[in-house]
Design a binder for this molecule. Sequence first.
Ligand SMILES: [Zn+2]
Length: 146
Amino acid sequence: MFTRPHQAGFLLENFMKVHGPYDCADGRKRMQIIRDDGSKTSKSYAKFLYEQKYGEIPDGMEVDHINDDYTDDRIDNLQVISKLDNIMKSVKPAPMTDCICPECNKEFKREARVIRHKQGKRKNAGPFCSKKCSGRRNQRIQAGLC
Ligand SMILES: [Zn+2]
């Protein structure tokens, strides 16, 4: 538990007491903050630590774990980046699989998870290289040709 810091120029939002850090279900830690007016709020432990050292984080910016380990709240592992950059950082490219279109024999790449989903359902389910090939195959299936 922390109490209000006394040092002049110590930049923190007004608070009376800070409790924590508390472990959250996802492995992150959070701090509970009780403001001067008695209202409660919470913020990530990472953000709390960063603000303790460097001051308040501007709107639209977030504290990011550089090594992507959300449990690693060492100050050296924290950086401030924009919300958008944080989202982009968390988006990993989907693993791709080489495929051969059963309709035109063209080689193409498709997200692996899409193919797993389709496999085993139906012999003619594809994946096809394009909507055009998929459509052609469907027309022949409907015409009873395959
Ligand atoms: Zn094709």
